[in-house]
Design a protein around this ligand. Sequence first.
Ligand SMILES: Nc1ncnc2c1ncn2[C@@H]1O[C@H](COP(=O)(O)OP(=O)(O)OP(=O)(O)O)[C@@H](O)[C@H]1O
Length: 269
Amino acid sequence: MTPILSAREVSFAYDGEPPVFGGLSLEVPEGRTLALLGPNGVGKTTLLRLLTGGLRPSRGQVLWRGSPVSYSRRGLTELRTRVQLVLQDPDDQLFSASVVQDVSFGPLNLGLPADRVRARVAEALAAMEIADLADRPTHLLSFGQRKRVAIAGALALRPAVLVLDEPTAGLDPAGVDALLATLAALQAAGTTIVASTHDVDLAHRWADDAAILAEGHLHTGRAADLLTDEALLRAARLRPAWGPAVGRVLRRHGVLPPGAPDPRTPADL
Ligand SMILES: Nc1ncnc2c1ncn2[C@@H]1O[C@H](COP(=O)(O)OP(=O)(O)OP(=O)(O)O)[C@@H](O)[C@H]1O
């Protein structure tokens, strides 16, 4: 099946800087969740910006449903109505006076009528559990609250692909659980989700597929396989996931039958 979004042999360098990476390829299958992992500064944000049209590859192509993305104003507008990037720092994303104004911005920009904008905003605020913040000035909110507002702003556009740069950084544990529940509901409704993270446990718990960027190479595969590859995780300065480590010990002691899957959470265990 043609991936919904892909990068083919993509290279990128910021102006006057050495290349961040060269010749990376990635396929994002429709309807699945993909976690992007790798050490600080390896180029995860850069890759996410390339996939969402914010940056243009120096070489190679980004493809939407198998067709190269057009970097014309129209091509980029089309891409961005389908693919939404939520930045790591909400302050790079939020600029309106109140929460409701910020979350309304995208749908209003699409030219939707006021009642549909209101419905989408209410739905996005409810999904991120911030309906009570609707009329608050954005700049007075906490970091985690602003992060949820930024995600709600993307959800209000009902993208086919939601791309999140370190979405759980700065959220409290209940906030992480709420976000994962929202992402699960979005995936059940058909949304494809890509998220970068340094948290291998989270990726193991959440993602179908994984991509690990380390030492200039992008390793891709099923999350269950990639996130149990200890040598690769070490090269990417990542800690092995909790679930596979526990699974290995339990198998060694005969508590878990050989073919049984690793636990993903303590509740699973
Ligand atoms: N606007 C920019 N101009 C020049 N260099 C940049 C710019 N943005 C990022 N870089 C450089 O590009 C490289 C990749 O940065 P990027 O933010 O993509 O990494 P990352 O993997 O997301 O890191 P982190 O895990 O710390 O968020 C880094 O060396 C960074 O210094």
